[in-house]
Design a protein around this ligand. Structure first.
Ligand code: NAD
Length: 1618
């Protein structure tokens, strides 16, 4: 039988058979081929529910049609749950049972329709069913098409690991229908592309080139559904489809070839494991959140870096690979925000990854094997290569250290990376020239890459690589180019230089089959101007048409007309690239070009000079006109047209002069020699002067020829200070100069001596003010980081002074924060060559200009560089930010003028460790006048234009690590709005700062610095609000109205407000996601369901309501706006009301919010048919930075999957509720829901209904089953109803709880936290623990009241007692060993003697040198460890920081009175608060000295002999640790003679501050009563500190927050009774 439908397929051979058939819309073809060639009585198609929903029907219909009338032939179908969980023993058994029940026999043919899961599982069933039956792979994911379906590997997972049980079993056919990819989610498509890129990278350079340049077209092939089976036959196939099919079949071809040679994976087949050695280890930690291909993508880059480190692979190849993977939306480093923001990412340290790698199948023994690339398209060996751990470790570590020493390669001869501007010009000149030119040292950037691709498309030149990618061989086309014949568009991405240069190049192109050339770029490129250039070319007679918006790409450029030449006028005040574009092409004009530059000051003349100079090297001498009278140069150039460029045979691209400073500085500091081959005195780059102007006067010998520079350093330690040096002409080099100056201790040469009395070791660098607004404030950065080495500096208005010290005096082992600034990292690595143990914390920041700096340091200079694992958890136990500032997209703030952007922005920047930029201030720097003045001088339109430019520049120059606050009117122009939207879409964060309009008006009335609107503010507000909303992806509410009613009026700098700024920005940037810690740790967790129509009345009780829970659920469907309180039936709260509710909640708590919109059919009030509204509300939840969104699985799947893509850092609780009781926990529905929920959710929630208590046991059995999967998601599984209460008690994750103060329960059967704890205890799941206070005298201690009240309030069965002993004796030793010992408070005199009993001390306890808290920690394996901690300092810190103005800068000076045990904690607390100078007073000075000696020098402790006069600034924080009776404010005789310390108001010289007295009695001591008389001073009583430290203890013991309100009431009551 022949196919009924004409179909074109491409066949690929594997194992000698043409069994892989590729094409589009193949279903009829597949059915026919199978029926024709695989005769059987039974055909069974197995697929998953997702794939079935798209394609099952078509298969069924085809089979039905084809089998019509054929007796005895059956078609059966079996649909299973999607996802990895199905690939299990049970999954296999289920299919086998199906086959057996349907009496399938040995002749059965099974069709596996689906992704790799289906392919692997069904393939394995086929391999063993009836000892093996025939089967076909019909892969529907890209990964399955190019990888899992090819090669015959089949397998299932077990809880012990993936793919551990399986077989090699070859399918009869593999049908690749690329049209299936049209429904595949984009992320899954990219997942498959990782394999495609990998295969090309190891095997085929040409394929790789096609992939790297055509990503857009590849995506385009699947983005638009092909109608009417387009593509089934070749004549209906679009070029994109053709390309996609080619890409897939080429990739399969390679895999098929390798499999054919090595079917059982004994040698060559190992090559396909490129990227997998490291990738698998990453996957083991991150699965299932991060997909296989994504992990392999990162693995490929890390393994390519391993090869580069070993000197096997060039940076060019690493760069190409990185760009290619990024083009397919794949992550390429572990700091990619998709990875770094995951909680599990904390586990990705080098040690762990190496230990996972140790059990890789490829290894031989302990040695690790990695597939090493030697270039794109080839591997170093035809198998994986053994690599030492140290090498892999360096790749994996984010930090490095340079091992101090003498460069072993000295005298070093090397080149440093090419200059970007020169690379671009050289590439184009060589392509336009005649003959072959070998370009060396080309910088491989996006610009050069797209330029090459475009020149190939224009048939303008041929390119090939030599020396493993180090040399680019250009066969110039002599200026002959033709438009791409197919009419293909030339895509330039966002490569600005290439776009400008190529615009004129396209004018030169001759006609081909097509009469024009179409150049285009990405969305950003489409906003960048080319107008002046196009105008100039048009007026010269060329035809260029804007295809979209005026003035920007895309352009259609007519071919065949050439460049006419003659006089061309060009406006050159915007970009010198327009000028260079015409200059470079001018020799090919019909007439000599006379180019006249107009439009005022010509921008960047040095770049025009660079172009002219390089044209000369390629044989064309352009002439710049001069004024015949004055002899001054004019902006007019004549370019001859009599000859084409003649290519020099070799052209070495000059090094980037700033990069060149580092190896030269290494020679200078280590007393060795270094010659740089590609930079000399002829350089046009300012930084090339560094050797002569900086190194020579420091005592180096410098020999410079035109193109070469050699520096020989003086013997180590003999560098001279520089005196004063103006670095204006070479500002970027000042960092290199600064590190040398740090060790330049010899006086300067006589002529450079400073005559102003400065010390002789001074190096004063000036003329570098612009360095404050580079990647970071570089002047500040150098000062702060040099200080770590003990180097003193002084900041100047336009520079800094550095006082050199002999290197032996500098501190060793410093860890350098690099601010994501390549220059900071490279400069300090120079210092690291002489200072042992210097750590550069962010090694990757060098990637901007010198990605292989660390490799070159090792391989070319001869200094060892080692990977360093930085400690991840901060000592405080607060989670450290999970992604570095470097990798967090900058945050842009927009909103009405007066909405608080600057205020919120600077607070946010501080808490994120970002830099803050105010666009207004930036404007003033750039335009040298304020905004108001500018508007006045130039008018609004000019201002808006300038403002837009500033926005674009800010986004471009500060893509990460900044908070950028924009002017209120920024949204007025479409161009700015487009830029902001594009920023949101490309992963940036734009926050709309919202404040209610009345507040704004009030504020603006008082403020005049910014120009007035000229129209009512309210109108402006109305116009802009929608724009603010559409241009932002988050919303921060800075308004207070609703709070006033609730009597919790927030002033803008209240603690609640500052906490919210910290929470919000930490969360939405992913820097410090605000997730519930107990959920992350997998411990019991709870959320409180708030069931109020308006939550504001609950706010005053919120602390009590939420004590002990981990999150708050806001039931959005239950909210009722004030006027609509009685609304019944179909009601949805208005969005502004929801926003207000969340905002008011946020003022009172930073607990994570679960944002829930429950539908009627799932037990809530949201109408079932209001899907759009539900998703609009969910989006509000994400916009407001709510941590968890409860997303019901009943909505349309596509909608859900779309939404999940945009969830930002919010996590999805995928929920399903069955109220009918028909869902059985042992039935199929719950399985499906669970599998589906696991795919789309971060947490799965399934709620059933218990009809009898037994239903809870079935629920638990289901939960246990899901646990077997290695990477099961957190799971909320409960039954409603009274009968379901047991399930609520046993549930582990986020059990919804109610509280006795709440009037309504969110669901029947809901219990309170307290009730659940009681029940757990009764059921033997929460044993009672005993806690004690060790010390003497302790009878009056409030601690038992504190803890026992807390335990009782939360329903915890524990008990706290006094245990008074004079010493740490045997009784205590017995107690701490008993099984029910939970922990203890420790007070005088046991804080030190207790230590030997403990297994471990926290870093804080160690630093303080005393223990006040013992915790008995029980590990999962039952082992028990006694941990000593100290919460005294936390008590002091919390009390003080609560009383400091929340937005005030950190206090700098403190005073501690007393030198006993408590003062240790006080000193430590002050240090942690940021205090830099701590005065210590004690009656006996020697005790103070002993105490000071116990702390590191950088605590800045200074002993004082009086508390009246201070040697420096007076203190702003005072902590007294002596008994209440030991101080007095009365100068009376008795007091003074009694030895009391006399305190006077002279203590409080500072305008404001905080005074703390640790003494309990009297409640208000002498110190406190004096302080309270002083305006601006706040006081902390001893009991306040006791309570705070007690709360901290309580949390450490129970994992729960202490219920503060009830506890403090009881404690004060008791205190006052005594
Ligand atoms: N045997 C091998 O050599 C080999 C190689 C690589 C990977 N694998 C295995 O492959 C599995 C991963 O395969 P996968 O990435 O294809 O995942 P998958 O099979 O889980 O598919 C991913 C998701 O996409 C859905 N889907 C599939 N096709 C679709 C389509 N056309 N339109 C819309 N949705 C579609 C699926 O239902 C599923 O939810 C893993 O188990 C892995 O171990 C095997």
């Amino acid at each position: 039988m022949s196919p009924l439908v004409q179909t074109d397929v491409t066949k690929v051979s594997i194992l000698g058979k043409d069994s892989i058939h590729c094409g589009f819309h193949l279903v009829p073809y597949i059915v026919q081929t199978v029926l024709d060639t695989l005769k059987s009585s039974t055909y069974v198609l197995v697929t998953d529910t997702v794939v079935a929903s798209f394609y099952l029907k078509e298969f069924e219909e085809e089979f039905e049609k084809a089998l019509d009338g054929k007796n005895g032939v059956r078609f059966l179908r079996h649909v299973i749950s999607p996802g990895e969980t199905s690939k299990s023993r049970q999954g296999k058994a289920d299919i086998e049972d199906f086959l057996l029940e349907h009496k399938c026999t040995r002749d059965t043919v099974i069709l596996a329709l689906g992704g790799g899961v289906i392919g692997d599982l069904v393939g394995f069933v086929a391999a063993t069913f009836m000892r093996g039956v025939r089967f076909c792979q019909i892969p529907t994911t890209l990964l399955a098409m190019v990888d899992s379906s090819v090669g015959g590997k089949t397998a299932i997972d077990t809880p012990h690991g993936k793919n551990l049980i399986g077989a090699f079993w070859q399918p009869e056919y593999i049908f690749i229908d690329a049209a299936f990819l049209e429904t595949l989610p984009a992320r899954e498509f990219s997942n498959g592309m990782a394999e495609v890129v990998k295969t090309a990278a190891i095997w085929n350079d040409e394929e790789f080139s096609a992939l790297e340049s055509q990503s857009e077209a590849v995506f385009a092939a699947i983005q638009t559904p092909s109608k009417n089976n387009a593509g089934r036959i070749i004549s209906t196939r679009s070029p994109e489809q053709q390309l996609l099919l080619h890409v897939i079949s080429a990739s399969i071809g390679v895999k098929a070839h390798i499999v054919t040679i090595d079917e059982r994976e004994t040698g060559l087949r190992n090559l396909v494991n490129f990227g997998h050695t490291i990738g698998h280890a990453i996957e083991a930690v991150l699965t299932p959140t991060i997909l296989h291909g994504e992990c392999v993508s990162v693995g490929m880059i890390l393994e390519a870096e391993v090869a580069r480190q070993l000197g096997i692979l060039g940076q060019v190849a690493v760069g190409r690979l990185t760009r290619a993977l990024k083009a397919y939306n794949l992550p390429t480093s572990l700091s990619d925000s998709r990875i770094a923001t995951l909680p599990a990412a904390r586990l990705l340290n080098a040690d762990r990854l190496l230990s996972i790698m140790a059990i890789d199948k490829k290894n031989s023994g302990a040695e690790k094997k990695v597939v090493l690339l030697s270039r794109i398209g080839a591997t170093y060996e035809l198998k994986a290569t053994t690599v030492a751990d140290a090498v892999i470790r360096r790749s994996l570590c984010e930090a490095v250290t340079v091992v101090a020493g003498i460069p072993s390669k000295s005298p070093v001869v090397m080149s440093t990376p090419g200059s970007k501007s020169i690379s671009n010009r050289a590439l184009l000149l060589a392509a336009l020239g005649k003959g072959t030119c070998r370009l060396k040292n080309l910088l491989h950037s996006d610009d050069t890459q797209v330029m090459m691709n475009a020149l190939i498309d224009l048939n303008g030149a041929k390119f090939s690589w030599e020396d493993g990618g180090e040399t680019l061989v250009v066969e110039g086309g002599g200026g002959k180019l033709t438009s791409p014949a197919s009419g293909k568009e030339i895509y330039l991405g966002n490569a600005g230089t290439a776009a400008r240069f190529l615009t004129t190049v396209c004018v030169l192109a001759q006609k081909s089959a097509s009469s024009s050339t179409f150049i285009t770029g990405n969305a950003r490129m489409k906003q960048r101007p080319v107008g002046p250039l196009v105008d100039a070319l048009r007026s010269n007679g060329s035809s260029l048409e804007y295809a979209e918006s005026e003035g920007c790409l895309p352009l259609r450029i007519a071919s065949g007309g050439g460049l006419k030449g003659g006089r061309i006028k060009l406006a050159a005040s915007v970009s010198s690239q327009y000028v260079s574009s015409i200059l470079l092409c001018a020799p090919y004009a019909s007439q000599p070009v006379e180019l006249e530059l107009t439009g005022g000051t010509v921008i960047s003349q040095p770049y025009i000079d660079m172009t002219l100079a390089m044209m000369r090297t390629f044989g064309v001498h352009a002439r710049r006109h001069t004024d015949s009278q004055t002899g001054k140069p004019l902006d007019v150039y004549t370019i001859p047209n009599d000859a084409a460029y003649t290519n020099p045979s070799d052209y070495a691209i000059e090094s980037d002069a700033s990069s060149a400073t580092y190896p030269l500085a290494v020679a200078a500091i280590t007393g060795t020699r270094c010659t740089l081959k590609n930079i000399g005195s002829a350089s046009l780059q300012g930084d090339a002067m560094f050797a002569k102007s900086v190194l020579e006067p420091m005592g180096c010998e410098v020999v410079q020829t035109e193109n070469e520079t050699t520096v020989t350093g003086p013997p180590v330690g003999q560098l001279r200070a520089l005196g004063a040096v103006d670095m204006e002409p070479m500002t970027d080099a000042f960092l290199t100069a600064s590190v040398l100056a740090a060790v330049a201790a010899l006086p300067p040469k006589a002529e450079r001596e400073l005559k102003d009395g400065s010390p002789k070791n001074t190096t004063r660098i000036f003329g570098i003010a612009n360095q404050r607004v580079k990647e970071c404030n570089r002047i500040r950065a150098m000062i702060d980081q040099l200080a770590k080495f003990g180097v003193q500096t002084k900041e100047l208005d336009d520079g800094l002074e550095i006082y050199g010290r002999p290197s032996c005096e500098l501190k060793r082992g410093c860890s350098i924060h690099c601010y994501d600034d390549h220059r900071v990292a490279m400069a300090f690595s120079v210092l690291g060559t002489v200072i042992d143990g210097t750590i550069l914390e962010e090694k990757r920041c060098v990637e901007k200009t010198w990605p292989n700096w660390w490799d070159d340091l090792e391989n070319k200079i001869g200094l060892k560089v080692a990977g360093v694992e930085l400690a991840t958890s901060s000592a405080q136990g607060v989670p450290s930010p999970v992604s570095s500032a470097k990798d967090s997209a900058s945050v842009v703030l927009i909103g009405m003028r007066g909405s608080g952007k600057t205020f919120v922005g600077s607070l946010a920047a501080r808490s994120l460790d970002f830099s803050f930029v105010d666009a207004d201030a930036h404007f003033e720097i750039i335009h040298k006048m304020g905004v108001k003045e500018y508007v006045h001088a130039r008018g609004w339109p000019a201002f808006r234009e300038a403002e837009t430019q500033i926005l674009k520049d800010l986004l471009k120059d500060h893509p990460t690590g900044y908070v950028i606050s924009l002017g209120g009117g920024i949204v007025e122009t479409p161009e700015s709005r487009a830029a902001l939207k594009f920023y949101c879409e490309s992963g940036g964060i734009v926050v709309h700062i919202k404040r209610e309009i009345d507040e704004v008006v009030k504020y603006l009335g008082e403020e005049t610095a910014r120009p007035a609107y000229g129209e009512p503010v309210v109108d402006v507000f109305k116009r802009r609000e929608p724009w603010f909303a559409e241009c932002s992806n988050y919303e921060f509410v800075n308004y207070t109205g609703v709070l006033q009613q609730a009597d919790v009026r927030a002033n803008s700098a209240s603690e609640g407000f500052v906490n919210e700024v910290r929470r919000f920005f930490g969360h939405v940037t992913g820097r410090v996601p605000n997730f519930a810690a107990n959920v992350v740790r997998g411990e019991r967790s709870y959320f409180l369901s708030l069931t109020y129509p308006d939550i504001t009345p609950a706010l005053p009780h919120l602390e009590e309501l939420t004590a002990a829970v981990d999150a708050i659920e806001l039931r959005v469907d239950l909210l009722r706006a004030p006027k609509e309180m009685d609304a019944r039936g179909n009601y949805m709260p208005p969005t502004p009301y929801v926003v207000e509710q969340v905002a008011s909640l946020r003022q009172k708590t930073t607990l994570p919010i679960v944002f829930t919109v429950r539908t009627v059919s799932q037990g809530g009030m949201h109408p079932d048919d209001a899907e759009d509204e539900a998703f609009a509300l969910y989006a509000v939840g994400v916009r407001l930075g709510c941590e968890y969104i409860d997303l019901e699985l009943g909505w349309k799947e596509q909608r859900i999957r779309e939404f999940v893509k945009d969830k930002g850092h919010s996590q999805i609780i995928a929920s399903w509720h069955d109220w009918s009781g028909s869902m059985k926990w042992d039935g199929p529905v719950v399985k499906d829901k669970y599998a589906y929920g696991s795919q789309v959710g971060d947490i799965v929630k399934i709620v059933g209904k218990a009809l009898s208590p037994e239903d809870n046991f079935k629920l638990r059995a289901f939960v246990s089953e899901t646990r077997k999967s290695a990477n099961a998601k957190p799971f909320i599984a409960i039954n409603t109803g009274y009968e379901g209460q047991l399930s609520r008690i046993l549930n582990e994750t986020f059990s919804p709880v109610t509280h006795h103060l709440l009037s309504v329960k969110a669901a029947p059967g809901q219990l309170s936290f307290k009730e659940i704890q009681n029940a757990l205890h009764l059921m033997g799941m929460l044993p009672a623990k005993r806690f004690y206070l060790f010390g003497t005298p302790i009878q009056a201690s409030p601690s038992p009241t504190l803890h026992n009240t807390g335990f009782a309030a939360l329903g915890l069965p524990h008990k706290y007692d006094l245990f008074e002993t004079p010493e740490v004796d045997d009784k205590i030793k017995q107690l701490v060993k008993s099984a029910d010992f939970g922990g203890a408070s420790v007070t005088i005199p046991h804080k030190l003697p207790i230590m030997p009993l403990l297994d471990e001390l926290t870093p804080e306890a160690r630093a303080i040198g005393a223990v006040n808290t013992v915790i008995a920690r029980v590990a999962a394996d039952g082992t028990r460890r006694l941990v000593g901690d100290n919460t005294d300092w936390i008590g002091i810190r919390n009390c003080v920081s609560a009383r400091l103005a929340a937005d005030a800068p950190a206090p700098t000076v403190g005073l501690v009175i007393g030198a006993g045990g408590t003062s240790r904690a006080a000193i430590y607390a002050l240090h942690r608060l940021g205090v830099q100078r701590i005065y210590l007073y004690n009656r006996t000075r020697t005790s103070a000295e002993t105490l000071a000696g116990a702390f590191p020098k950088d605590f800045g402790i200074e002993i004082v002999d009086s508390v009246v006069a201070f040697p420096h600034d007076p203190p702003t924080i005072i902590v007294s640790t002596v008994p209440g009776a030991a101080t007095t404010s009365s100068a009376s005789k008795e007091a003074v003679s009694g030895g009391s310390l006399l305190l006077t108001s002279a203590l409080f010289q500072s305008e404001s501050g905080v005074a703390v007295d640790m003494a309990y009695r009297p409640a208000v001591t002498a110190l406190l009563s004096l302080a309270s008389e002083k305006k601006g001073w706040r006081i902390v009583r001893g009991v306040d500190v006791l309570l705070e430290q007690g709360y901290a203890q309580f949390a450490l013991w129970t994992g729960r927050q202490c219920p503060r309100t009830v506890v403090s009431e009881k404690v004060w009551e008791k205190y006052n009774q005594v």
